[in-house]
Design a protein around this ligand. Sequence first.
Ligand code: IPD
Ligand code: CA
Ligand code: CA
Length: 264
Amino acid sequence: MRSALLNVMVQAARKAARRLQRDFGEVENLQVSLKGPADFVSNADRQAEDTLREELARARPGYGFLLEERGEIKGTDPNHRWIIDPLDGTTNFLHGIPHFAISVGLQRDDTIVAGLIYNPISDEMFTAERGRGAFLNDRRLRVAARRELAQAVVACGIPHNGRGDHGLFREELARVQAKAAGIRRLGAAALDLAYVAAGRYDGYWERGLKAWDIAAGLLIVREAGGTVGDIDGRADVLATGNILAANERIYAELGKELKAAGRG
Ligand code: IPD
Ligand code: CA
Ligand code: CA
């Protein structure tokens, strides 16, 4: 049985997802046009965000918003705000790759208390509420039990043109590459975190993310028994956006490699 709060979030996500799904079908047809589907996709993105905002505002009037597309919208309730990425994995969506998600987190004061990540193509709904565990559809989630980096599949984010520190990433990659069983980069941070919670990945790191990429995912990983923090050990990963997530053992080992990379 889902709580009333999660029901509200699930319904809003399903509504926004129906539209995204239709638009994704259309994107495949637009690949061959000279201009490509870029404008169409940013429109789909904004529409999904509007749907989420309208649905959530109706169910919880007064809550504020931090939206990827439209920024901060202050609510009359100073303690609550939704942190939303209506389409995480835009580049995948744009290229017709069926790996993207809606991400919705609810922040109470400084704490994320509920999170939802929904991939409309695979129909996988990852949810969590603080203190109540994490779920994939109706199944309880648990991070993987692997204890050695040598057995671990680790996901990452690769900074692309104009973003991030490419040299540092290559150093980090070289360190992890030498130790891990496999490395993945599927291109949707929210799903990377959801996959850690589901025990598919043993760990994940990425730098330069925004609050809407990780708000829901960090709670889902923690509620699945995993550890989430800032790569460099700073206090607030939601603010730094340099995220490391794994089970406790892999977290320590992976963290050690990444820190060593930073020191050159
Ligand atoms: C991006 C994805 C990607 C990550 C980028 C994010 P967007 O979000 O999560 O995996 O590497 O840094 O910006 O732009 O698709 O919402
Ligand atoms: Ca994103
Ligand atoms: Ca996005």
